[in-house]
Write a protein that binds this ligand. Structure first.
Ligand code: LLP
Length: 437
């Protein structure tokens, strides 16, 4: 995975740094990001559009992993940014991300969040529903402020992925239905609104997708509507945003395409279709999250207790679990792992990796081949960079791990380890503590 290698002492090395040394320095659990890999992915997406001479924006879907340092890195790489809440927007502002390159998403943005977005003059708001359109229209008139929007549509495409991360199908909480007239009436409402400027349309068909078929079907459906509206309402869409969802390789079973291949196939098709429909070629925007950061992240844990269920299985417990990686519990997501301090040893037994939460479902990996492992060995779980830290939680009042960036032999702490004091920071007592009396 990425720049992960095994060094001469038999330890796993990431970004040129011995992970055992990282553990000595920062403790476990620990999220380690190989930032050179994030940069490489970002450049590959951008380069593909540039090579094809296509006007584009690659917006990092910050829900995958949002911290000030991460957004600074994305800014350095010249990408745009997708945020879905006031909190993500706030993080972007803290990172001094250029507001005109921020796209604001969400299916239930509050008026306060919309005001925040307008105050900061974000580049575009992806309007999801009539409720939002009305608030936004009123606000823009009140403030005499021009607002660029994309209209999010559901094209009725079912991507082959986990049910919970399907979003492009008709029966979805997101967006305006493209087929039943909803999207058209949203467009007409928006066009009528004095200060709203409709840049184009947006769709996102799902996540962890391995094929381009779904993207192409969705693009074609949208382009057809765009052509219809172009003819009927003299509306010329400038932007077609095809969302994110490009899959990555968590285990050997996963067979994703390279980022550039997803983009290339999509563009070919859009160019063909726009020519056929006599529609001006729009800018193509995409919103990769997972494919930019997923395989750049590795979580390091220390092994502690173990339990043998004779003839059934051996459980090895780590010092984290569903609090730092909710995906196995939530989606039955699969991961690969090795012993970071014995990375050159051959696997010799089948074990299952348990978390430390009071919950039977807190299992990180079922049936993993490892060398015979012992307490204090370090387990490295790969590909935890997307939706790991960002979905981390404090169940059982477990503090969240710190985040380290590594690149070319240098390590940098970018999120501090949460402390017990952090956990009670917002708590208010109902009785005075003994010490205060
Ligand atoms: N754009 C929109 C509108 C989205 O809803 C999403 C993800 C993305 C872009 C980025 O998708 P990506 O490239 O990361 O697949 N928590 C789940 C994934 C939820 C994805 C939600 N939307 C997981 O851990 O698999």
């Amino acid at each position: 995975y990425g720049t992960a290698t095994i060094n001469t002492t038999g330890n796993l090395e990431i970004g040129g740094i011995d992970t055992v040394k990282l553990v000595e320095k920062y403790g476990t659990p620990l999220y380690v990001y190989d930032t050179s890999l994030i940069r490489e992915r970002a450049r590959a997406f951008k380069q593909t559009f540039d090579n094809l001479g296509i006007k584009a924006q690659v917006a990092y879907a910050s829900k995958a992993f949002s911290t000030v340092a991460m957004l600074q890195l994305i800014k350095e790489e010249g990408l745009s940014l997708d945020v879905v809440s006031g909190g993500e927007l706030y993080t972007a502002i803290k990172a001094e991300f250029p507001a005109e390159k921020i796209h604001f998403h969400g299916n239930n943005k509050s008026e306060a969040e919309l005001i925040m977005a307008l105050d900061h003059h974000v580049g575009c708001i992806v309007v999801d529903n009539f409720y939002e359109l009305e608030i936004l229209s009123d606000l823009s008139v009140e403030r005499k402020q021009v607002v660029n929007i994309l209209i999010r549509v559901t094209p009725g495409i079912e991507a082959h992925t986990h049910d919970y991360i399907l979003t492009g199908q008709e029966d979805s909480k997101f967006g305006f239905d493209l087929q039943n007239g909803q999207a058209e009436s949203a467009l007409l409402k928006a066009l009528e609104s004095e200060y709203i400027n409709v840049l184009g349309l947006h769709c996102h068909i799902g996540s962890q997708i391995f094929e381009t078929t779904g993207f192409i079907l969705a693009a074609n459906k949208i382009l057809e509507k765009m052509a219809e509206w172009h003819a009927a309402f003299e509306f010329t869409p400038q932007v077609l945003n095809l969302g994110g969802g490009f899959g990555i390789r968590y285990t050997a079973e996963d067979e994703p395409l390279a980022p550039e291949n997803y983009v290339q196939e999509m563009i070919n098709e859009v160019q063909k279709e726009t020519a056929r429909l006599k529609l001006p070629m729009p800018e193509i925007w995409i919103e990769p999250g997972r494919s930019l950061v997923g395989d750049a992240g590795t979580t390091l844990y220390t092994l502690g207790s173990s339990k043998n269920v004779p003839n059934v299985r051996k459980y090895l417990a780590v010092d984290g679990g569903m609090t730092d990686n909710l995906r196995p519990a939530l989606y039955d997501a699969k991961y690969e792992a090795i012993l970071a301090n014995r990375a050159n040893e051959q696997p010799s037994e089948l074990v299952s990796i348990a978390g430390k939460c009071c919950e039977s479902g807190d299992m990180l990996i079922w049936d993993l081949q490892l060398p015979e492992a012992d307490k204090n060995d370090i387990l490295a779980v790969f590909c935890t960079g997307a939706y790991g830290y960002s979905m981390a939680n404090n169940y059982n009042r477990i503090p969240r791990p710190p985040v380290i960036f590594v690149e070319e032999g240098e390590d940098k702490l970018v999120v501090k380890r949460e402390t017990y004091e952090d956990l009670v920071r917002l708590d208010l007592p109902i009785t005075k503590s003994v010490s205060a009396r």
